[in-house]
Unconditional design. Structure first.
Length: 225
């Protein structure tokens, strides 16, 4: 479908086939309400990034929640306090301690994102030189042919609760666009990791995962719960 105002394609596909069970609708609503309550107490909380079984059509009522609570501009020693508060409030909605233990708390800011991009761009900007060093043995046996994409770059592109995540998504995409072909290569690796971490794969409609940065900007600016 084409946006008449911009003459650019609009992505309409659903990214997930979520379970239609009433418990999941209630769980997602409770996640959102509990998150919004947490933000009132801790404005530094940027988003809740969800992946794993919650997004699969075969999710069970006793399934746990895999997610990252991303927090900006906070004393690292307080991260655990924020995470524990969020889990305690979720337990009050009927979830068990076992179901919320998979929620991890991680810091997020532009400096962390920039460092992650720089670490990956060194490979993609000069792939020929890196390949020469690998072939010649200069890197040794332990150096991978492809760098491992920092999970911090992947987290913000999972299904998320919270409006601040859009700012970080745009920042990543803008930074990668400035790298040209190397940025597109890094983005392709990010998408590969998203597909892997959101499997089972039958639940991911590959066509709806944008393989170019220009399409990614349009899709991920709006995708939140």
């Amino acid at each position: 479908m084409i946006d008449k105002a911009t003459s650019k394609p609009v992505l309409r596909e659903k990214r997930f086939e979520l379970s239609r069970e009433s418990f999941l609708r209630e769980r997602l609503l409770n996640l959102k309400k509990t998150f919004e309550k947490l933000v009132t107490d801790y404005p530094q909380v940027a988003c809740l990034s969800i992946f794993g079984s919650t997004l699969r059509p075969n999710v069970r009522e006793d399934s746990d929640i895999d997610a990252y609570l991303l927090v900006e501009e906070i004393d690292p020693n307080k991260l655990e306090t924020v995470g524990n508060k969020f889990k305690e409030d979720l337990i009050k909605t009927g979830l068990t301690e076992e179901q919320v233990k998979g929620i991890k708390v991680r810091p997020i800011d532009r400096d962390l994102i920039s460092r992650s991009i720089i670490e990956n761009s060194d490979y993609f900007i000069d792939k020929a030189e890196v390949k020469r060093k690998i072939d010649s043995g200069e890197y040794g046996m332990t150096h991978p042919e492809l760098p491992t994409i920092d999970s911090g770059l992947v987290r913000i592109f999972h299904l998320s609760v919270g409006e601040k995540v859009k700012l970080y998504r745009n920042y990543v995409i803008d930074e990668l666009l400035q790298l040209g072909e190397a940025g597109e290569d890094i983005w392709s690796r990010i998408i590969d990791y998203i597909e892997f971490s959101e499997s089972s794969r039958e639940n991911v409609k590959i066509a709806s995962l944008p393989r170019s940065l220009e399409v990614a900007r349009k899709k991920y600016y709006t995708e939140t719960i």
